[in-house]
Design a protein around this ligand. Structure first.
Ligand code: M6R
Length: 359
């Protein structure tokens, strides 16, 4: 039941503006965030947060690490679950352990959660499936309420996870009094606008269709961004890889000059995430360096950028997270349209399964 869409992925991209409202339902009051799943005792005695996840869920975790530190002023580290499991990690009881999983069944994330439980850490799972293996064993489960996600390429799972984690950062900020009333109000106002920022605009979709023709041939893609737009760049690259089978890498823009810029030539496509509200001048100068070395640049930004070979204009918002969500939709559409043009199976890409229950 694709409801008239060509693919489940396309349907799920369109659903994001609705399901993120469900994610927030009952969890946002006038001036605060509330979770019925836990109370403020969850943060008592907590000195740091550790997040573990795989794939797209890891990217949501990496995004959240910026938000937890910036908003709640809690130290936060993020690890890929398959690495965490075998590194003999030193765990501390004052750490809140958060795992993120759409399915709640990913073998490595489940094992990481078991390890944390065994060490007596407080654990939370951010999950889309109730009564999954992870929700059964975590101390607390926060459901993302994305509805069933059928496309192997995760879309609405990521946006709802990110919304939940942003809300959790604000919940902890309330407890820690780390934001002024004005700052908290502006965060809450931005959160309420998330569904709007996730709307698919026909003109943007058309643009990604047109661009998909040009970006089929080359020797690779760099998706670059800074701050939370770095995990978003990772997510954009992962989306493209898994359904188009083209080589793509996500990179923190400031790292390009430390090696990867050596690859720059017209056949290297740079997808540059250039938000207005966060480090615009910094990313701009990183992109200028790539352009000076002839990389083909596709800029995604609300601000005009003359050096771009192609340009996808996004809306202007007051908050960088709203720019983040609108750019997420652009990246999802872009990878989907490239996959379509290549004749690939968008919903069931080769070699991949929806849920990775073996390590
Ligand atoms: O169910 P999970 O969130 O634990 O799955 C983790 C990854 O396997 C998953 O996010 C994968 O990377 C996506 N299919 C990517 O689109």
């Amino acid at each position: 039941q694709k409801d008239g869409y060509r693919f489940f992925m396309e349907k799920e991209i369109h659903e994001q503006c609705v399901v993120t409202s469900d994610t927030m339902l009952g969890r946002m009051c006038d001036e605060k965030v509330d979770f019925e799943e836990f109370d403020s005792s969850i943060i008592e005695g907590i000195e740091e947060i550790k997040i573990c996840a795989c794939g797209t869920s890891f990217h949501a975790g990496l995004t959240a690490s910026y938000l937890f530190e910036r908003l709640a002023k809690v130290r936060c580290s993020v690890e890929i679950a398959s690495e965490f499991r075998y590194k003999e990690p030193l765990l501390n009881k004052n750490t809140l352990f958060i795992v993120i999983s759409q399915s709640g069944e990913t073998a490595d994330t489940l094992e990481a959660l078991k390890m944390a439980n065994k060490e007596g850490l407080k654990s939370i799972v951010v999950c889309n499936v109730d009564n999954s293996s992870m929700t059964r064993i975590a101390n607390y489960s926060v459901l993302t309420r994305a509805g069933i996600e059928k496309g192997v390429a995760s879309t609405k799972a990521f946006s709802t996870q990110t919304v939940v984690l942003w809300m959790m950062a604000l919940y902890f900020a309330q407890y820690k009094n780390s934001l002024s009333i004005e700052e908290m109000n502006s965060e809450l106002k931005a959160l309420r606008e998330v569904p709007k920022s996730l709307k698919v605009h026909d003109s943007t979709h058309e643009k990604t269709k047109r661009l998909s023709k040009r970006y089929l041939h080359g020797h690779g893609f760099f998706f670059i961004g800074r701050d939370v737009f770095y995990p978003l760049a990772l997510e954009g690259a992962l989306k493209l890889k898994e359904i188009s089978y083209l080589h793509a890498e996500g990179y923190p823009a400031g790292e390009m000059k430390h090696g990867p810029i050596a690859l720059a030539d017209p056949e290297l496509f740079t997808i540059a995430l250039m938000p207005q509200n966060l480090l615009y001048d910094k990313i701009k100068s990183n992109v200028e360096e790539l352009s000076a070395r002839d990389s083909t640049i596709c800029a995604i930004s609300p601000l005009d950028f003359d050096l771009a070979d192609d340009y996808i204009k996004t809306n202007k918002y007051d908050h960088y997270m709203l720019e983040f969500f609108e750019m997420l939709v652009v990246l999802q559409l872009f990878s989907m349209e490239i996959s379509v043009r290549l004749g690939n199976d968008v919903d069931m890409p080769r070699n991949l399964a929806k849920s990775v229950t073996v390590e």
